[in-house]
Design a binder for this molecule. Sequence first.
Ligand SMILES: C[S@@+](CC[C@H](N)C(=O)[O-])C[C@H]1O[C@@H](n2cnc3c(N)ncnc32)[C@H](O)[C@@H]1O
Length: 237
Amino acid sequence: MNTDILAEQIEYYRQRASEYDEWFLRQGRYDRGDQHRQQWFSEVAEVEASLHNAAPSGDILELACGTGLWTQHLVSFGTHVTAVDASSEVIALNQQRVGSASVEYIVADLFDWFPAQQFDFIFFGFWLSHVPMERFVAFWQMVKEALKPNGRVFFVDSLLNQESTARNHPTLHQQGYSERKLNDGRTYRIVKIFHEPLQLEKSLQNLGWSGNVNYTANYFLYSLVYPAKIINQSAYI
Ligand SMILES: C[S@@+](CC[C@H](N)C(=O)[O-])C[C@H]1O[C@@H](n2cnc3c(N)ncnc32)[C@H](O)[C@@H]1O
């Protein structure tokens, strides 16, 4: 995967900032009718309930925070949220939506950033699918090093389902990238990996994480994971 596509991905989300929420709210090109919208939001509610059950607390880090669709939940749990995104445009919208002095915003490229402190809880929504496979291990290592002892990680992402994307987007596939359009027709290539939940769970176990990768009926996978404890170190010597 060349670095051009990662630059194009940042640019795409910068240009898309004001229309980003149409995807989540199922509006415009993402409108697939009332029945679909009802099902989509029932699956969103399942993920939100799981996040609430996880009860994030303390210092929270949100990676690729976007327009604040998840920041608005996190801020009600933690004492402090650090929200990072490469796009100052989405961060401006996030600030408008969340409007809280307990959120600190950082504009940074996550492939070239390391947190200056550790966190009790790390969250990322619809970000893991944009991490190229050759950066997967390094990304999870960064996450592990950014966690306090007993820290936890929650993430949500997309299952491969054509109805998730805009009506005028090409057929989705598993090849690791997607072509995306803005409302005005400009086209960008982005990384988009549709992780298969069980395979992802195994990959995370191999990297020393505990926890299950769950999934809703159609649209989302979600997971609460934490570094696996080594009970008896002598068993590994
Ligand atoms: C699919 S959106 C998810 C936004 C938000 N987490 C949500 O669920 O609504 C992906 C986000 O990643 C950000 N992004 C893309 N490339 C990035 C990079 N290299 N570093 C940091 N953020 C990046 C985009 O600006 C965008 O806000």
